[in-house]
Design a protein around this ligand. Structure first.
Ligand SMILES: [Ca+2]
Ligand SMILES: [Ca+2]
Ligand SMILES: [Ca+2]
Ligand SMILES: [Ca+2]
Length: 663
C-alpha cells in the first residue's frame, strides 16, 4: 500500500506484464550527497541525479539504437511459463522511398518508431527515432486511493471499495461461420496483457507502392494498419477502433505471441501471410495462402503449417532466397537468439506438405561445430533442430530476438537485422556470395545524433506519460550551467545548482509527420488515463508524528500548468486481529483473523506556475481521528506526489527546494 505503482506492476494480479523496463537502462552518475537537516524530503532540491537515455530519441548512452523493452509470461527453456524480457520487434523496408532501407521498431510499450537511413546505398547510417501516432495499448497510471477518496469516507475502517472497471469483450468482428465461438469477456487489465508484445512486419499489402504495417500480439490478434501517408512520407495512425484493424473474425485461439510476415511465398502473385507463434508447446510457422490483393483474411480453415518449430520457440519468421536457387526460404529467430534456416522447394504451396528444417546459420558460414555425441546423419537428411542447436559456432543475437532481412550495403546480398532483448538493434552484413551467405557476429547499430540524455532525480519516481502516449513529454533534472549568461533565469535555480523540469521536447521530424498526443480521456476514480498528466513521487523515509504541525513548501515556475497539486498522504493503522486461523473451508483454504483499523489523510497544496519562481506553502497538523487508533504516535506510511497536467507540446513546469519540516 502507499507505493506508486504503474498499472502494469503487480498491483493487479491479473496483470502479468510490466509495460516497460526503464530501470534496466539507467546508469548512475556519482554526485555528492546533499542532505538538509530536518527536511523529511530526500534529494529535496534535485541535486543528485542519474543519467537515463531519452526514450523519444531512442539512443543509448553509448550512441546505439535503444528502445524500451517489455516482459511477458512465456514458455521458458525449463519448460515452465514465466516472466521473460521480450526482444523489441524489428522490420525493415524503404519507408520514405529514398532508395535506402530504414529500421522500424515496435518497442516494449507498443510504440512504432523508425530510425530512417540517412547514409548512402553502400554505407547505411541511421538517424534518431521518429514516432508514429499509432498507439494501441495505453497503460493508465494508478494513484493511491487516498488521493482521490471521498472526504466523508476518511477515517472509516471499511472504506468504499474501488469500483472495478467493467469487463469488456475482446474486440473482434463477429464470427462468419457457425461453430466459431464469440469473443470471451476480458477486463481492461487482461486486454492490456493480450495486446502487448506487438510484433511487426512492413509489407505493401495493397500494392500501392507504400509499406503497410502488420501487427501480431501476445493474445494472438493480427492487425493491419494501412499506411495513410504518401510514398515518401509514411504515416501510421490509430484505427477508428481496435476491432476494425483485426484481421481475424470470431474467436479461435491457436497460439500466442504472433509474429506476422507477409510475402508472396509461392510466387503466384497473391500475397500470403505467415505467422510465427510464441509460447505454446508446439511452435510452428503457419501460412494463410493469399486469395488476392489487399486485406488478407485469416479464416481458420485456411491455416496450414509451413514449417514445424520442432521444439524451437518464440518464433519470428522472415523470408529471403537464402541459397540463391530462386526459391523463397524461411529464416526463423528463436528463443535463444539462433537463426534456423528452412529451404523452400519452390512451386505452389501444398497444405500438409511443410518445408523441412535445414540448419542454423553459423558464424562465417563454417560447418557447425557439434558435440561428439551428435547422432550420425542419414544421407540427404538434416539434424533435428534440438541437436543442431548444440553447435558451438552458431550465429546468435545473444538471447531471444526478432529478425528481418534487406540489403543494407548495396552489394546485392541480403543482410540480417535483429531486434534484441536489450532494446538494441543489430546488423550482420552478408560477406558471402549469392549462393553461400556468410555472416560475422551481429553488431549493434549506432545512431548518428546526439544522445540528449535525461537526468532522473535520485529518490523520486517519475511518470511523464510515456505509457499513455504523451509524445515528447519529459521530466528531467536541469543543472546550472556555469557558462550560461548571467541573469539567464532558467539557468539559476533558486536553491543549489539543480532543479526539476517537466515539459515537451520539440519533435522535429524529417521523414514522418510528428505524432499527435491522444485526446484527454476521462480518468476513472483513481486511475489517470489523461496522456498529458505528469507526476513525481517520493515515499518518506521517516514517519510523521501525530499531533505535530508540519510545513510543506516548494518553489514552482512554469506555463500552461493545470490541476497542479502536491499531495502529502499519510496513513496510520493498527492490527486488531490475532493472525490466528479463524476458519477452514472444505478445500483446505484458511481464513486468518487479519482485522486492521486504519486511517488515511491527504493534505494538498495547489499551484499553477508563472514566469517567476513562486513559493508555495502549506501548514498542517497530523491528526488521527479514529478512536481505535488513539495510541498511535506516528504514521506508518507517508508519501508525497506532485501531479499536474501540461498543455501538450507547450506546457512547462519547474520545481525546486521541496521541504517538509516540523514546525
Ligand atoms: Ca528510406
Ligand atoms: Ca502467394
Ligand atoms: Ca532458396
Ligand atoms: Ca548486403
Amino acid at each position: 500500500m502507499g507505493r506508486l505503482y504503474f498499472s502494469a506492476q503487480s498491483a493487479n494480479s491479473e496483470l502479468m506484464r510490466p509495460p516497460i523496463n526503464l530501470a534496466s537502462f539507467i546508469a548512475f552518475i556519482a554526485t555528492p550527497a546533499f542532505v538538509l537537516a530536518q527536511n523529511l524530503i530526500q534529494n529535496p532540491s534535485f541535486e543528485r541525479s542519474m543519467r537515463s537515455p531519452n526514450v523519444w530519441t531512442g539512443i543509448s548512452g553509448s550512441g546505439l539504437i535503444n528502445a524500451p523493452t517489455g516482459e511477458a509470461n512465456v514458455l521458458g527453456a525449463d519448460g515452465k511459463i514465466g516472466q521473460q524480457s521480450m526482444p523489441v520487434s524489428v522490420s525493415t523496408g524503404d519507408l520514405n522511398k529514398d532508395g535506402l532501407n530504414d529500421i522500424a521498431i515496435m518497442d516494449g510499450q507498443e510504440f512504432f518508431r523508425v530510425h530512417f537511413n540517412i547514409g548512402t546505398k553502400q554505407d547505411p547510417k541511421f538517424g534518431a527515432a521518429e514516432f508514429s501516432s499509432l498507439f494501441l495499448n495505453p497503460a493508465p497510471l494508478k494513484l493511491d486511493a487516498t488521493e482521490t477518496e471521498d472526504p466523508k469516507d476518511k477515517g472509516k475502517a471499511n472504506p468504499k471499495p474501488t469500483p472495478k472497471p467493467t469487463p469488456k469483450p475482446t474486440p473482434r468482428p463477429a464470427a462468419t461461420r457457425p461453430g466459431v465461438p464469440q469473443p470471451p469477456v476480458f477486463t481492461d487489465a487482461q486486454l492490456y496483457v493480450l495486446r502487448g508484445v506487438q510484433r511487426i512486419n512492413l509489407a505493401d499489402i495493397s500494392r500501392s507502392g507504400k509499406l503497410d504495417l502488420l501487427i501480431g500480439n501476445y493474445g494472438g490478434d493480427v492487425l493491419l494498419i494501412p499506411n495513410s501517408g504518401s510514398a515518401s512520407r509514411p504515416d501510421f495512425r490509430n484505427p477508428t477502433t481496435y476491432e476494425s484493424a483485426v484481421l481475424q473474425k470470431g474467436f479461435e485461439r491457436w497460439g500466442n505471441v504472433f509474429a506476422p510476415y507477409a510475402v508472396d511465398w509461392d510466387k503466384d502473385n497473391k500475397m500470403d501471410l505467415l505467422i510465427g507463434e510464441g509460447s505454446y508447446s508446439a511452435n510452428s510457422i503457419h501460412i494463410f495462402p493469399g486469395k488476392g490483393i489487399g486485406r488478407p483474411t485469416l479464416e481458420p480453415d485456411d491455416r496450414s503449417v509451413l514449417a514445424y518449430g520442432m521444439g524451437l520457440e518464440q518464433l519470428s519468421p522472415c523470408v529471403v532466397d537464402y541459397n540463391g536457387d530462386g526459391n523463397n526460404d524461411l529464416l526463423v529467430a528463436e528463443r535463444g537468439g539462433k537463426i534456423a534456416v528452412y529451404l523452400g522447394k519452390g512451386g505452389a504451396f501444398t497444405p500438409g506438405n511443410p518445408i523441412p528444417f535445414d540448419s542454423f546459420i553459423t558464424i562465417d558460414g563454417a560447418p557447425p561445430t557439434l558435440p561428439p555425441n551428435t547422432p550420425a546423419l542419414e544421407p540427404g537428411t538434416s539434424l533435428d533442430p534440438m541437436d543442431a542447436i548444440k553447435a558451438t559456432n552458431l550465429l546468435s543475437a545473444g538471447g531471444g530476438c526478432t529478425i528481418d532481412t534487406a540489403d543494407f550495403n548495396g552489394d546485392g546480398l541480403f543482410d540480417l537485422l535483429f531486434g534484441k532483448r536489450s532494446g538494441r538493434v543489430a546488423l550482420a552484413l552478408n560477406q558471402g556470395t549469392a549462393t553461400q551467405p556468410k555472416f560475422k557476429a551481429p553488431v549493434d547499430v549506432k545512431v548518428e545524433d546526439q544522445e540528449k540524455p535525461m537526468l532522473l532525480p535520485s529518490g523520486w519516481d517519475l511518470d511523464y506519460g510515456y505509457n499513455r502516449g504523451n509524445y515528447g513529454g519529459y521530466i528531467t533534472v536541469i543543472k546550472n550551467d556555469p557558462a550560461a549568461p548571467s541573469g539567464s533565469a532558467s539557468q539559476q535555480p533558486p536553491e543549489g545548482t539543480s532543479y526539476l523540469e517537466a515539459g515537451y521536447l520539440k519533435l522535429d521530424y524529417k521523414a514522418m509527420p510528428p505524432p499527435s498526443i491522444p485526446k484527454p480521456v476521462e480518468d476513472d476514480s483513481n486511475v489517470i488515463k489523461t496522456p498529458n498528466a505528469f507526476t513525481f513521487f517520493q515515499q518518506l523515509a521517516k514517519p510523521l508524528k501525530v499531533g505535530k504541525t508540519y510545513i510543506l513548501s516548494f518553489k514552482v515556475k512554469g506555463a500552461q500548468i493545470s490541476d497542479g497539486k502536491a499531495n502529502l498522504v499519510y496513513r496510520a493503522y493498527k492490527d486488531l486481529g490475532t493472525g490466528n486461523i479463524i476458519s477452514k473451508d472444505e478445500r483446505g483454504g484458511v481464513k486468518k483473523d487479519n482485522r486492521r483499523v486504519w486511517e488515511n489523510k491527504v493534505e494538498s497544496a495547489t499551484y499553477s506556475g508563472g514566469s517567476n519562481w513562486v513559493d508555495v506553502k502549506k501548514e498542517f497538523t497530523v491528526k488521527i481521528d479514529n478512536k481505535e487508533l488513539d495510541t498511535v504516535t506516528e504514521t506508518n506510511e507517508a508519501f508525497i506526489r506532485f501531479i499536474f497536467e501540461l498543455t501538450p507540446g507547450s506546457g512547462l513546469a519547474q520545481f525546486d527546494d521541496v521541504k517538509l519540516t516540523e514546525k
